[in-house]
Design a binder for this molecule. Structure first.
Ligand SMILES: C[S@@+](CC[C@H](N)C(=O)[O-])C[C@H]1O[C@@H](n2cnc3c(N)ncnc32)[C@H](O)[C@@H]1O
Length: 225
């Protein structure tokens, strides 16, 4: 016990130089409550139902898992989830939340260049991270990592909403998370669908779901299997 405490104290988290990783690392300890304050729970509940309805997911790679909010859902229908993130603070929160979950492991990995062999996974999943990434590059990596017939699932909250809701959402985001790095633009369903198609996928659905703050939900498949 003392050993592990000492080890933790003398091993500082590995810092990423990526602005979005640093941004989220600052709020890792209270991320879940802050998300509920900014977004509410209705859309998350809708997304949970949709993900559970996907059926058995097999071996899953999750990119940008954050505190593991979605990891917990995926674990219910996956054989195994490899949940990855570049932020040590986020990974620490996720490890604590899912301690004892037998079919989940956590690894530090860059979503733009995941260090796994070709055709390793049945499903690749990512939530609320695509806007921080080079999306075409990441989707090409997802295609490479999936087995033939494998499934890509993308969830991303979107700013597409009526003006008043947008102002409330923006203000709450600022209060909860502070000023974000520049250069983020949340993709619309048709943009994500186009990138997925360009990467080689057959897009099965690309839709807006939820109420209030909505989310883009994309399911795309690699041919074969
Ligand atoms: C908005 S949070 C979303 C977390 C979680 N997926 C969710 O929806 O609750 C974005 C996460 O992506 C991670 N992230 C950002 N850029 C990344 C990258 N290049 N590789 C891996 N993770 C990244 C951040 O560290 C953060 O945990």
């Amino acid at each position: 016990m003392m050993n592990s405490l000492l080890k933790t104290a003398s091993t500082p988290p590995i810092r990423s130089d990526k602005p979005w990783v640093r941004h989220w690392a600052k709020v890792a300890a209270h991320y879940d409550e802050k998300v509920r304050f900014v977004v509410g729970t209705a859309t998350y509940d809708t997304l949970r139902q949709k993900l559970l309805a996907e059926g058995p997911l097999g071996d899953v790679l999750e990119l940008g898992c954050g505190t593991g909010q979605y990891t917990r859902i995926l674990a219910q229908t996956a054989a195994q989830v490899t949940a990855t993130d570049l932020g040590e603070e986020m990974l620490a929160a996720a490890r604590a939340k899912l301690a004892g979950q037998p079919n989940v492991s956590f690894e530090r990995a860059d979503a733009e260049a995941p260090p796994y062999a070709d055709e390793s996974f049945d499903t690749v999943f990512m939530a609320n991270v695509i806007a921080a990434l080079d999306a075409p590059k990441t989707l090409r990596a997802c295609f490479r990592l999936l087995k033939p017939g494998g499934c890509l699932l993308i969830v991303n909250l979107t700013f597409k909403m009526p003006l008043l809701a947008y102002l409330v959402f923006g203000l709450r985001s600022l209060l909860a998370f502070g000023v974000p790095p520049r250069g983020r633009r949340d993709p619309l369903p048709h943009e994500l669908a186009q990138w997925a198609t360009d990467a080689g996928f057959r897009v099965e659905t690309a839709e807006l779901v939820g109420s209030g703050v909505k989310a883009v939900y994309v399911r795309a498949r690699k041919a074969g299997g």
